[in-house]
Design a protein around this ligand. Sequence first.
Ligand code: ATP
Ligand code: MG
Length: 391
Amino acid sequence: MKKVYIVKYGEIALKGQNKPYFERMLLGRIKSALKSISVVEMYRSDGVIYVEAAESESEDIVLSQIRKVFGIAYISVAYETVSNIDKISDTALEYIKNLLIQKNIRTFKVDTRRGYKQFPLKSPEISSYVGGRILKGTNGLTVDVHNPECTIYIDVRKDKSYIYSEKIQGYGGLPLGTNGKGLLLLSGGIDSPLAGWMMAKRGMEIEAVHFHSYPFTSERAKEKVMDLAKIISEYCGRIKVHHINLLNIQQQIAEKCPENELTIISRRFMMKIAEKIALLNNCDALITGESIGQVASQTIQGLVVTDAAVNMIVMRPLIAIDKVDIMDKAKEIGTYEISILPYEDCCTVFLPKHPTTKPRLEKIEASEKALDVEKLINEAMEGMETITVNP
Ligand code: ATP
Ligand code: MG
């Protein structure tokens, strides 16, 4: 019996004229996700992508690789047969017999989609014919059309038909690279890796910048960030991570600005430096893991003052997401366990005792007059180190 992975897409199916472009991009992304897998055949037909892997390949690995590709609604592992009602019935019977070995199923139904309208039987006729054959060929099964323990799906196409029972959910979204490139401000925390992942899910390629305060922050803190980048890269391909030492800037702020403004002014420097790096690397947007109300610098006033530091659009996909939900999602994508490792972050090195929660832009800009902002930024950029992370 020939096994084929059927990949169905959600939102791409709604695209009009641009659909072929999105489909091509998706196919390309699935190809790269499967680069370490021996693939016999992969093609797209009638809004579905079919993948046949060598028999020696593990089903779990193939599925988990395909599942990491954005733009997929669901994946099924199907048996392929020719589009002939007896062959379809034989295959469906064999399929459910195999399932019965693994699972105790008592009720089932057959659900047919007839993509090929010239097929001599209509969908309900196919379902009832195949259902009848299954009842005859097995023991103890009954049909339950409302609440079956198992649904046998049949996709009837022109030459070939596909039989499967499970629809494994993909992440949805759009294929990577269909929506420009964003520069992610990547800390070692829980939020920013997820923020990058979420924008990548909408088709945005990701590049990253990390700020450290070496030697106040350690080499291990940097490795932690690279480990996080590595996990994100499994979903969104190769990522360039730019490392910037913020120590001198933080020391200057600590020396020349009011203590309670240290965090907000540091954050404005981060944004300004990130904007420069973005412009140099063809990034169209900045991405942060900010979430309103989460910490002192993320009050509405704090966000307004942070935002005013740059002209470039800042994407904050977590802005309205609760911390518990962020944590759950981070666990799901695999970054959480690394994010909670207790290494120091540049923001925690100089933490004011009472950070201002209601900064005013004029007041902050006045405080910044004590610094040579341009010079400090240029010096920090000169020391930039860039490391590329591959999935
Ligand atoms: P995270 O969990 O992402 O670290 P956070 O809740 O700790 O976020 P802040 O420390 O206020 O919040 O940072 C807000 C955002 O600023 C982060 O989500 C990230 O995008 C960016 N950021 C903070 N620190 C750094 C850093 N050291 N390097 C790069 N970006 C940073
Ligand atoms: Mg943080």
